[in-house]
Structure formats: C-alpha cells, structure tokens
Ligand binder design. Sequence first.
Ligand code: U2F
Length: 451
Amino acid sequence: SHDENIKTLIAVLAFPFGTHAAPLLSLVKRLSLTVPDARFIFFNTAKSNDAIFPQDSIKKSDSIRPYNVSDGTPENYLFSGNPIEPVEYFINSTPENFKRAMVEVAEETGRGFRCIMTDAFFGFAADIAQELQIPWVAFWTGGPRSVLAHIETDLIREKLGVLDDGNDEKTIDFLAGFSGIFASDLPGEIICGDITSPMAGMLHQMGLKLPQATVVVINSIEEIDSDMVNMLNSRFNKFLNIGPLVLTLADQTISDPQGCLQWLDEQAKESVAYISFGSTVMPPSHELKALAEALETSGFRFIWSIRGNPEEKLPQGFLERTKDKGKVVSWAPQLKILQHEATGAFITHCGWNSVLESIVGGVPMICRTFFGDQRLNMRTVENLWGIGKGIEEGEITKAGAIKALKLVLSSDEGKQMRQKLGSLKKLACDAVQPRGSSTANFETLTSIITH
Ligand code: U2F
C-alpha cells in the first residue's frame, strides 16, 4: 500500500567502506529533525547498514530507513585478505545496484524521489539527478584540500605526468593553496599507479562530475581553511561547510566497556598519548613493534586502539609489562578521549574525521599517513595550522616516535601547538552555534532539499 504521509522522499546513496557511511548518516539524522515530513531511504550494503544503524530505534523510524543494495561480490565469494578487493567489486556494481534499488522503492511507495543525496565519490549521481530532474546533494567526507585536488586531476596529470611510485618531490605550486605540498602528498589515484583501476576511475569521474552537483556539502568549517573554501566556491554551484558534524548531534551514545575514560580521570593533565589508525589501516608489524618499544622506553602513558587481537599484534609481554602505564583496546570512545583533559597527544593516520576530532579535543597530532587524502590532511595540519607533525621518515621507528612524543608532550613547541588548537577549536565550536557559519549553511542545505 502506498504511504500517503510521506511528502518528500529522499534517496541517500552511501559508500560502504572506511568512515564514509557513518558521517553521511549523521548528516541525514540531523536533516530528518529539520525536515520532519521527509523520508530518507538510506541505500547501502547490508554489511555497512548493519554496522551503522543501531538495532533499536532508528530501524523502526519512519523518517530514515536503511535499504540494502548488492555489494557486487560473486556468489560464494570468500574474502582473500586483500582489502581493496571488496571495494572494487562494489565499485564495479555501481550504479546498477543503486538504480535497481531506487526503482524498487519508488514502486513500493508510489512516489518519486525529490532529491538524491550521495557520497561525493558517486559521480554517476549527476546523470541520475538529471534524468529525474531533481537536485543532487554530494557529501564529501574528507577535507577541502583533497576534493580540490580531485577536481584538478586532469590539470595535475598534465603538469606532473603520471608518476611511478608517488615518491616524486615535485611541488604543486601551480595550484593556489598548495605551496609546500609535494606530488607524493596527493592521493595516489591522482598521479601514480594504474589510473584506470576501479578506485582511480571512480575518483576521476567524481572530479569531472562534482561541478554539476546542485550543492557539495563538506564536514568542515569555513573559517579554518578560507583559501580552499574560496577556490571551491568558485568551482562548485554551491559549496557548504556544515561541520564538525560530531558537535551537532546530541544523541551520541558512548560505549566504553574497557573503562578508558575512567582511567583517564586518574591521569595528569595532557600526559597521555592516544593512538589509533582509524577504521581501515593497519601499520606493518615492524612499525607496531617500534611504537610499542617507544612507549615502553619513554614511559609515556597511553591508550592504544588497535583492531583485532593485541596479543598477536604487539611484542610478547608488552601488555603485561605496560599494564600500569597504558590501556590497549580494540575500539575506543575516540571523541571523548580526545576531549578529555588528560589526553595530550594523538598518534593518527590523519583520516579526516580524526583530524576534526583532534581539533575539537584540542590535541596535537603525530601523523603516520597511509593513503588517499591522509597526506594532504597531514600537510594542512603541519603547514597551515601548525597543530601536529609528520613522523620522521614517514614511518614509525622507535627513535622517531620517542622524539615526536617528547616534542608534543613535553616541549614548548607542543605548548604552541596546543595554543593554536585553542583558536581552531573555538572556530569549530562557534561555527555550530545558532549564529555560526555551519548552522547557516545547514539551513541553506535544508531549503535546497525541501524546495
Ligand atoms: C577513511 O578514514 P578512517 O575511517 O580510517 O578514519 P577517520 O576518518 O579518522 O575516521 C575514524 C572514525 O572512527 C572513530 C573515530 C573517527 O570518527 O572517532 N574511531 C573510534 O571511535 N574508535 C576507535 O577506536 C577508532 C576510531 C579514510 F581512510 C580517510 O583517508 C578519510 O579521510 C576518511 C573520511 O573520508 O575515511
């Protein structure tokens, strides 16, 4: 039976890897509060939907409904251990998997979609929006510098050529706001390796299509990188900074089974290093070992979030020997940890969500980056904001980690970073106040969706 109560049906298309779908869902949750007569259909793979939708309330909610689409893996597929493989199966199954599901929902509800909202990765949404004559809202989950690099991919390839290993030290001085940034800092898909791989192809297509979006929304703050904002304003129909999303949602439930926050309560101010490399990266074992040794030798206190079994990943006896100095957990309440006054350093891969949370918590970063936008995020952290440092040689050694920890936790430079973080944090908090820029931009977004 067709549902007469829904006035506005909105299709939301999520990218089911890394920390992409969760912030998109946060944005949708917020929108659903301001557009009460809308129904958001959250198209995503079953696996990702199961992970981000809590079992209780929202599943029954009228306003946001998860809807599973195919993940593109062949029948009886067994994961080979190569993390890019499921991503490639998924990319190869788009846009047909999404289109099929959208048709099913339109038939079930007897209504057309009023708007299509997608992870910005999906350049194909430009064609769907045009065909249906509806607005396309593209959500970029990373920082502004990387999205600019993606839309300038052809220019960058023309100027720099295709690099073999990405270790090229050419600079990108032909783009304003990229001084002090090297070719090797760019997302690999832009200039090195196989530029026809599914991932590189998707990102290239995105760069070409994003300027057609009705609006590009970013989980960032206008005031923290105005050069980039100006450049992106001139390239997009509309560009709206609505972050940090983590400061705009009231219903954050904290899961802390291992008592990290309670443990932090007993530690001295700005004395603890928090370590996490996000949701997808795992540093090679020799780097994990070097970091463990650095922590043990330096004696700094720590909370280390490491996925999987720590006994297998960390040196033998490490957990036992350091049990009075630190905690090792498989998943931590990261935002709360970074907001705790005992936390004084963050060893991070510079995923954009982590960078934002570090700003919100006022914690300087020690950066060990891996792929995608992470090196551009690190350069922004180092050069533009001065609130963190890349690890020496780009990978973790015992000596390099000790040096970085001392710099952040017990030197004047660390204090200066904390002062700069204070101003950035204020900008982030002000932006989401009733008269702040992110609040105003969010209202603009709401009106785009409802008109
Ligand atoms: C991909 O990033 P990741 O998912 O690897 O990393 P982040 O963007 O930093 O997001 C990690 C999130 O997981 C949370 C943490 C962040 O919100 O608070 N978390 C946690 O709550 N507890 C833990 O123990 C560990 C993490 C990609 F790899 C990056 O390059 C992109 O910048 C990013 C966004 O597109 O997606």
